[in-house]
Each structure stands twice: as structure tokens, then as C-alpha cells.
Design a protein around this ligand. Sequence first.
Ligand code: ZN
Ligand code: ZN
Ligand code: ZN
Length: 286
Amino acid sequence: MAWVKLFRRQAGGNLGKVYQPGSVLSLAPTKGLFNEPGQNSCFLNSAVQVLWQLDIFRRSLRGLTGHVCLGDACIFCALKSLFAQFQTSREKVLPSDAMRHALAESFKDEHRFQLGLMDDAAECFENILQRIHFHIVPNSEGDMCTSKSCITHQKFAMTLYEQCVCRSCGASSDPLPFTEFVRYISTTALCNEVDRMLERHERLKPEMFAELLQTANTADDFRKCPSNCGQKIKIRRVLMNCPEIVTIGLVWDSDNSDLTEDVVRNLATQLYLPGVCGHSQLSVYW
Ligand SMILES: [Zn+2]
Ligand SMILES: [Zn+2]
Ligand SMILES: [Zn+2]
């Protein structure tokens, strides 16, 4: 089970500057979502709560109306309706049943997210984003989506490329471009990197968090030199756009991980994107 932590940067502004903290405290009213015995909707509820608390996403979704509607299976409508209840209902806890049904109906053929069955929160989060894209731009290939109204790609998509460059012989592989919504980092690798840093008697400063994520992300991930000179090299990932929302998913490598306290202690409140992904020019706060 992975959980998702979202990093927000203030919308707009000049690149190259360090951003001041945006809406660290969301203005959204906070409400709970029911998860009755047997419903097992915790994975969906946590994904919905993350989306609701993201001011950029919440406001953008509110402003959208046109979409390809799938009726009972329409995740777009179900999410919009749930968000409207978050906004206006006097209840402190709301049912997420309509969203659960839409999700189950949408993924019936894939046997995913079916009623009563537990599922993965991070995968649910990503799939909700994907479905919103298809409701808005049904005929577009995911990675190539440039629609201005697609909040999925406009707000969340990180466009990166990967390349192997050998420091020994200079050979390089063809750059491989790709798009992702979440960068997943192993909590075990993250804590190992913190330990290594402390062993070197370096003091853990918040601005080093991005480097920690980067190192944890590529730890033990050695590739062969593209011209087979024998050198083992680390892959280089470069972020090419400046997404408004950068999502880092922390992956717990075991169900009984005892790293929770360590991870929370080492999380920083600022993320310097060039540190995580090579070239880029902005800093992210959350
Ligand atoms: Zn609809
Ligand atoms: Zn899209
Ligand atoms: Zn080489």
C-alpha cells in the first residue's frame, strides 16, 4: 500500500525564483467520508480527500462543465457532485457511495475497484485522474494530451526524459520521453539514504530533501553503458515542464513497515525540483 503526498506550488509567478509557500493550509471545508464495515472504501476516500484538499484541482474542476458523460459510470459527475456536497452540506461526514459505484462501474471489465473490495489508494488516485482526462478529451492519447481544459494533464503531468550517459566513454542512450502523474519513492530507500548521510556526519537540512528523494529514487538502479564499455551508470531523469502540482508517492515496502516515524521526521516542507529531477527551475512548497 502506498500513500500519496501532494506538493503544491503557487500558481503563476516567475520561474527561477524560489516560490513563497502557497496555500499550505487549504481553504476547503474539511469533512469526513463514510467507510462502513464491509465497504472497504478507505482507498477511495483518501484519494478523494487528497484531490479535495488541492485548491488548484478543486477550483479547476468546479469551473469545468463540458465532458463526455457516462451516466452511472461517470467519475467526472460523481466527483463533481461529491465536491459540491463538501462545499454546501451541513453534515460532517458524507457518503462516497456514488463515487464508489461510478468507479466500480468504470473498471468492471478490468475487475478493479469493485464494491466491497479493498484496493490501492495511490492507484485509485492515478486512475481517477486518467478517467477525468478521458471524460474531457476522449479522443486524445494520454501522453500527448495538450488540451487546455484537461486538468489532469495541465495540472499534474510531469514530462520527463530518461537518458544514460557514460562518464567513462561518453556514450549516451537515446533520450526516452515519458509523462507521469506520481513519482514513487521507496520509504526504505529514503530512510537508508538518510542513514548514509548521517554516517557521513552531514546534518540533514531541509533543502537536501530533494537530493535525498533523487538518490533514494536511483539507489541500486545501475544500468549498463550504452556502448558496453563495462561501466555501470546511473540513469539521468530530467523534468521538462513545470507542473502546478507535483505528486510524490511514498511506497511502503512491507505491510508492517516500522519506518513511519522516521519518514515523517525526515519530510521537509520545501521541495526544490531541480534536486529531484535534474534541470528545471522551480521550487515547490507543500
Ligand atoms: Zn458525467
Ligand atoms: Zn489530458
Ligand atoms: Zn561507457
